[in-house]
Design a protein around this ligand. Structure first.
Ligand code: NAD
Length: 376
């Protein structure tokens, strides 16, 4: 198979370890040399794909013999298990900036139905990346906000910055939004119940939920350590389920309407290349269909559930990865009809629309914000 990445490039990359502050982040680079297949893997309960030297010359995923048209066949449409993407350790994780000047006071007419005034919204994974900027959109639209994250210090810091930014953009407003920060591990039912009770105690109620806590990592399927798959599904799928059901129960007890937005990914509809990430793709497909299923189940209770499926978004983290891997950057952007990655701000309108009355007849939908990636 034509190598998309030279060994020297591929060897610079590794995986994303679980991004949780409380979880030790083992060195996956050491556990998974980019181009040689090991027979033992300290983290894995999955047997190594190939067991001896001859076999190790074979590839673990989609390599195929050259066909009639040449070695290029399928080259850009396949995963490449030599590609390993390095995610920094949690303490080295780049901080996400609060977006400047994208909300706040303005004098352009818009529909009142987009307003989130008098609402309390919860964003999981809201200390960083997409969750942080979506939280900022909700505050700019009039909502109070509870940021839930594994990383409570960062959530607290960002909560203060969000209010300061709001104040700067809305000088003279007497009433400031209430933005609180909370610790939870979304994959732990007890932790979820505790944090929901804490939010209701502090804010009096919850109206809206955005589930943005999630992460991806890259292993070829056969080598993927099973304990890591369980962790990945635990945060991306169970975490979404636990928060959605917890908030829906609260809304039903109050007999109040509500709106839930689950952050899926275009990976729930297509298979990304060249990085292998089958369990993540499956997790995001589960999130998308969970939104549809719960939308039907809770329609009679006036609770809407929708999914946003972002494409490749340029967060502080993905920017760092792509700066280190220009070839990957070129390949990803070559596959996006709009020709560029999205920014977290590109989700601000989408999430506000789906949480607000502007979308009151929209439920069970999957809103793709991907620059056209999934339609080609
Ligand atoms: N960035 C992209 O290109 C992209 C594209 C499509 C979908 N997504 C999805 O969007 C969501 C947000 O991604 P991001 O790029 O902003 O990631 P990010 O790593 O920048 O932020 C994720 C946040 O979730 C928190 N988190 C992780 N595990 C948690 C847990 N168990 N409990 C509580 N909080 C936890 C992290 O501390 C972090 O603050 C994820 O679900 C991701 O899969 C991202």
């Amino acid at each position: 198979m034509a190598a998309i990445f030279k060994p020297t490039t591929a060897a610079r990359q590794a995986i994303r370890a679980a991004s949780q502050a409380s979880i030790a982040r083992p060195s996956i680079r050491a556990a998974r040399p980019a181009l040689s297949i090991t027979t033992t893997r300290s983290l894995s309960t999955t047997p190594a794909r190939f067991q001896n030297d001859d076999e190790s010359k074979k590839r673990a995923t989609t390599d195929a013999p050259q066909g009639a048209s040449g070695a290029h066949e399928g080259a850009f449409a396949r995963t490449d298990d030599r590609l390993v993407i390095e995610h920094p350790a949690d303490e080295e994780m780049p901080r996400s900036p609060v977006v400047q000047g994208r909300g706040g006071m303005h004098f352009k007419r818009t529909l009142a139905s987009f307003s989130l005034e008098n609402k309390v919204s919860v964003v999981t994974g809201g200390a960083r990346g997409l969750g942080l900027v979506m939280g900022q959109a909700l505050v700019a639209s009039g909502s109070d906000l509870a940021i839930v994250d594994l990383n409570k210090d960062e959530a607290e810091d960002q909560a203060k910055k969000l209010v300061a930014q709001f104040q700067k953009e809305n000088p003279g407003l007497e009433e400031l939004p209430r933005v609180t920060a909370h610790y939870a591990d979304v994959s732990d039912p007890e932790s979820v119940n505790q944090v929901l009770a804490q939010i209701v105690e502090q804010h009096g109620k919850i109206d809206n939920l955005v589930t943005s806590a999630g992460f991806t990592e890259n292993f070829d399927a056969i080598s993927y350590p099973y304990d890591r798959i369980k962790k990945l599904w635990g945060v991306n799928v169970d975490g979404t389920y636990l928060f959605a059901t917890g908030v829906a129960k609260h809304l039903m007890e109050r007999k109040a309407p509500g709106s839930i937005v689950m952050i899926g990914s275009m990976s729930g509809a297509i298979v990304n290349v060249p990085q292998p990430q089958a369990p993540y793709n499956a997790a995001k497909a589960a999130v998308r269909h969970l939104a549809a299923s719960l939308a039907v189940e809770w329609a009679g209770s006036n609770i809407r559930v929708n999914c946003i499926s972002p494409g490749y978004m340029l967060t502080a983290l993905t920017k760092k990865i792509l700066d280190e891997n220009p070839e990957l950057n070129r390949q990803w952007t070559s596959l996006i009809p709009q020709g560029k990655m999205g920014t977290p701000e590109d989700l601000m309108g989408a999430v506000t629309f789906l949480l607000s009355d502007a979308s009151r007849y929209v439920t069970g939908a999957d809103l793709r914000v991907d620059g056209g990636y999934t339609v080609t």
